[in-house]
Ligand binder design. Sequence first.
Ligand SMILES: O=P(O)(O)O[C@H]1O[C@H](CO)[C@@H](O)[C@H]1O
Ligand SMILES: Nc1nc2[nH]cnc2c(=O)[nH]1
Length: 296
Amino acid sequence: ESPESSAVSQKQPTTADWLMSQTRHRPQVAIICGSGLGMLADTLKCQDSFAYSDIPGFPQSTVQGHAGRLVFGELKGKTCVCMQGRFHMYEGHSLCKTTFPVRVFKLLGVETLIVTNAAGSLADSLQPGDIMIIKDHVNFPGLVGLNPLSGPNDDKFGPRFPAMSGCYDKGLRCLALDIAKQLGVASLMQEGVYAMVGGPNFETIAEARLLHRLGVDAVGMSTAPEVVVATHCGLRVFGLSLITNKVVKSYEDSESVNHEGVLEVGRLRSHTVQQLVTELISRMEINNNNTINTAV
Ligand SMILES: O=P(O)(O)O[C@H]1O[C@H](CO)[C@@H](O)[C@H]1O
Ligand SMILES: Nc1nc2[nH]cnc2c(=O)[nH]1
């Protein structure tokens, strides 16, 4: 995907410039909404919103539950930009396209990225409706060379060989657990390891057992590439998975997962997820260490 990654990276400054000409908001925090979690954007005040189809260079959302809108606004004294709809590899996008917005955010001056997703649980301790704070991830496509950073490295953004240990900021994870206690929802929350698989099919029982044995707590089809690109360019990252279903691990179990059910759990927990993210943004400190604007 080298020629494509170069072509894609040439478009990012144009997209960022266009957005800055259309809105006065200069976001410090970016939020990517997972399946059924688009309501996170509703909390933003003084909104400017853009359909992806109107933004030069932006890919298009094709999945139900992903509206395809970029929303700018204020939240508790911080300026935010929120993706109502993300891009997945299984939609046919190359990985550099699925992560296109992350570098646009960096160019806009964003310092912190909040990623959210819907995921199936493998850990027995995680029930549908629980919220998992992502402590680490296993990027299965990345392990076999499907990586958004493949191709020539763009040194403006980060190094050829970026470290990924510590990519989910510890301070923000502690803060989120603290907020959960204050909101009285600590029993719904725990930290865990997220794994990205390619999708679009859900797991077979043998695959579910394999993931479980490997120490994966929750599985989905997104997020890891976004976090890799964000970490490469120095963004601070916080991630959470809303557990929408248990991944079937037994041949005796007649249940099966479907996307409608995934969206339904999103609706049921929307208020709690909104409260958590709002409090987190309100209480996080912004260091304004985004340096790329001057470098580009
Ligand atoms: O990861 P998000 O976008 O939340 O969506 C999750 O939900 C969908 C399956 O129901 C898949 O796209 C999976 O990745
Ligand atoms: N791969 C995968 N993605 C999901 N997204 C929401 N639930 C699931 C699941 O069980 N498996």
